[in-house]
Design a binder for this molecule. Structure first.
Ligand code: GDP
Length: 411
């Protein structure tokens, strides 16, 4: 079994996007980078100059799982598949229930499209903190600033750029990082897998300064101490910006916006850093709120592996090798393979056989999973999507509280 990270270093995220914005490509690139770093160390070493597509083929990256677990910068990122099409509202909403934060993906040419608006509103409804990624900066007609403006106008988002593109279309060859005030320049021949962090080009300095100031103003508005410093013209450190920006993102007050081209492999690592830096861990979102079956009342539980167990079954899939897989999101407590658990909707006990965590190109058998985890259980007999798994002596129901209106009809 691999080393477990602390709960504060877990990120359960989804990628929300209009169809064709590049969700598949971005997910594949994320898995490429994360898997690669996990296996052979730094990305920008010699091996990275190998032809990218060849590596991708060799590794057989697959993203067909309902949830894929991967590692980045000492953090465990679980990517939960969110259906792109809006017709399956129940599925979309259930996936929003099990993730803690999301990357909202936009196309740099189309900006905010009607479908992105629908998904955005759903995420608002369920209070999902977001960072935005303006993808396809390499396309003719790409316009980062227009996409940001559309997020403000159409979505009412407090969209705050934290990176800026250097060039667009064929000339998109770098990204300015407004947190560090450095420029990342990509080497064209290696599809963005090699790059250098250098000084911001002179001619772009005024633009970078303007957007850095906007970013500082946005965080100052959220935090009184920073506001005071800002007004007095005192220096605000990157750590201070990061901390307040993180809090503001988690409280849905700011949407940090990044740019890149997942197809060209540019900006994806910065996006991963932003996932770790700005999106919440399972601990950041407060207590679990559920409905207690016996008391017929609301209960709260701490997000803690030592609490009583509670998990939501959110997806059932058939795997050609192991059979029926029930994907669950664990909110509280710990579950061991070989133990028994109670399904409070079916009112039946279930035996827990194998517990699997799905990675891009392998499955990992887990002895136990705990608060914050996402995993698949093999062979559950009576559990359907939307069901709660919990302790029999203290049964609770999760989905009823999350969806007080009759939007969810469990078939
Ligand atoms: P999804 O429908 O959101 O999953 O989108 P895909 O990842 O399948 O991408 C849709 C199309 O856009 C494919 O032809 C991709 O190759 C292309 N694409 C994705 N990302 C980029 C990008 O950054 N730049 C360009 N030029 N094309 C991209």
């Amino acid at each position: 079994m691999s080393k477990r990270v602390e709960i504060s270093k877990v990120r359960n995220i989804g990628i929300m996007a209009h169809i064709d914005a590049g969700k598949t490509t971005t997910t594949e690139r994320i898995l490429f980078y994360t898997g690669k770093v996990h296996r052979i160390g730094e990305v920008h070493d010699g091996a990275a100059t190998m032809d990218w597509m060849e590596q991708e083929k060799e590794r057989g990256i697959t993203i067909t799982s309902a949830a894929t677990t991967t590692m980045w910068a000492g953090h465990q990122i679980n990517i939960i598949d969110t259906p792109g099409h809006v017709d399956f509202t129940v599925e979309v909403e259930r996936s929003l229930r099990v993730l803690d934060g999301a990357i909202a993906l936009f196309c740099a040419v189309g900006g905010v499209e009607p479908q992105s608006e629908t998904v955005w509103r759903q995420a608002d409804k369920y209070g999902v903190p977001r960072i935005a990624f303006v993808n396809k900066m390499d396309r003719v007609g790409a316009d980062f600033y227009n996409a940001v403006q559309m997020m403000k106008d159409r979505l009412g988002a407090n969209a705050v750029p934290i990176t800026l593109p250097i060039g667009e279309g064929d000339l998109f060859n770098g990204i300015i990082d407004l947190m560090t005030m450095k420029a990342r320049m990509f080497h064209e021949e290696t599809l963005g897998t090699t790059f250098e962090d250098v000084e911001i080009p002179k001619d772009l300095k005024p633009l970078a300064n303007k957007y850095r100031t906007q970013m500082l103003e946005a965080v100052s508005e959220i935090d009184d101490t920073l506001l005071e410093k800002y007004i007095e013209g005192k220096e605000i450190t990157s750590d201070e910006v990061l901390k307040v920006l993180r809090e503001a993102t988690i409280k849905l007050k700011i949407v940090p916006v990044l740019c890149g081209s997942s197809f060209k492999n540019k900006g994806v690592q910065m996006l991963l850093d932003a996932v770790v830096n700005f999106l919440p861990s399972p601990l950041d979102l407060g207590n679990l709120v559920a409905h207690h079956v016996h008391k017929n009342d609301r209960v709260e539980r701490k997000i803690d592996p030592n609490e009583k167990f509670a998990a939501l079954a959110f997806k059932i899939m058939t795997d050609p090798y192991v059979g029926k897989l029930t994907f669950i999101r664990v909110y509280t407590g710990t579950l061991k393979s070989g133990s028994y658990i109670y399904n409070s909707i079916a009112e039946k006990k279930e035996r827990i056989g194998r517990i699997l965590q799905m990675h891009a190109n392998h499955r990992e058998d887990m002895d136990e999973i705990r608060a914050g985890d996402i995993a698949a259980i093999v062979g559950l007999k009576n559990t359907r999507t939307g069901d709660t798994l919990c302790t029999e002596d203290d049964p609770i129901v999760l989905e009823k509280m999350a969806f007080p209106e009759p939007v969810i009809q469990i078939a």
